[in-house]
Design a protein around this ligand. Structure first.
Ligand code: CP
Length: 305
């Protein structure tokens, strides 16, 4: 494949290859000299039309570790604010000889649109409420490392499923790799197409879901994407679906806690859970660099062949 637009397009073999390559890059990142020459003379532009901390820094570090030349673009500081279109923006950047585009955009399908119109390789770094494929991959690597594998593992995805591209990429990936998925949250935040079209169980009972799972991937309530009232207050959300220490200690087994970040502390996750030994949130971020190195490396190879 030329692009990474979504997990939906990948086969189980593609996913395994990316995860194996990421594990090899993780070893490289433990060495005193972390830089490899794989992407020398390749120019990558990080095109962010939406805010980011982890994904953007992680892609930039991955590109630098692979010796690529990197350029960063922030929409709010660009001529997009003067009305330039997405296609004009990207075509102008490409005329400066860019090979790969990493792109985050608030519109679902924006990278798919670009992929039909430009010759460069595109990596989706999050498109609206559709997909965040490198997050799905780094979550999978983190689950694999914490539990020993993906096949047969029970993963709960908890919270604002409706607005979450992380949920969708995780569901596609876990389904393809033989893990079992339950989505859990208020009925208003679990859309019909997830309940009906995807291979997931649905639960509205947090404690029951936590008793069932090996891993709980807890999602951020995305207030910026909600234009209607979907729950009564953050306080009530926390009482019904927030994960507290007391709740975790009442379970019959120790589960692994994940969160893609940024965390709304005291809403979906209490601090004494987020910062506990059960949480692998910072390992997820660490894995992000190796996963993005793997994706960049494999795509640059397939585009050269
Ligand atoms: N997990 C994630 O995508 O975080 P950022 O929005 O900070 O990149």
């Amino acid at each position: 494949t030329r692009h990474l637009l979504g997990i939906k397009d990948l086969s189980p073999n593609d996913i395994s290859l990316i995860l194996q390559t990421a594990e090899q890059f993780k070893e490289v990142l433990q060495r005193p000299v972390k830089k490899v020459p794989s992407l020398r003379d390749i120019v990558v532009v990080n095109l962010f039309f939406e805010n980011s901390t982890r994904t953007r820094i992680s892609f930039e570090l991955a590109e630098k570790r692979l010796s690529a030349d990197t350029v960063n673009f922030t929409a709010s500081a660009s001529s997009v604010s003067k009305g330039e279109t997405l296609l004009d923006t990207v075509n102008n950047i490409l005329s400066m000889k860019v090979d790969m585009v990493v792109m985050r955009h608030s519109a679902s399908g924006a990278p798919h649109f670009l992929a039909q119109h430009i010759p460069a390789a595109i990596i989706n770094a999050g498109d609206g409420i559709n997909e965040h494929p490198t997050q799905g991959l780094l979550d999978a690597l983190s689950i694999k490392q914490a539990t020993g594998g993906l096949e047969g593992k029970k993963v709960a995805i908890i919270g604002d499923i409706m607005h979450s591209r992380v949920a969708l990429s995780n569901i596609y990936l876990l389904n393809k790799m033989g893990a079992k998925v339950t989505v859990c949250g208020p009925p208003t935040l679990i859309p019909k197409y997830i309940r009906e079209a995807l291979n997931v169980e649905v639960s509205y009972d947090l404690k029951e879901t936590l008793e069932w799972c090996d891993v709980a991937n807890v999602l951020r309530i995305q207030l910026e994407r909600q234009n209607q009232v979907l729950f009564s207050s953050l306080r009530e959300y926390n009482l019904a679906y927030g994960i507290s220490r007391k709740l975790l200690d009442s379970l019959h087994k120790k589960i692994v806690i994940m969160h893609p970040g940024p965390i709304n502390r005291g809403v979906e996750l209490d601090s004494d859970v987020a910062d506990s030994k059960q949480s692998i949130i910072l390992q997820q971020v660490e894995n992000g660099v190796a996963v993005r190195m793997a994706v960049l490396y494999l795509l640059s190879n397939s585009n050269n062949n």
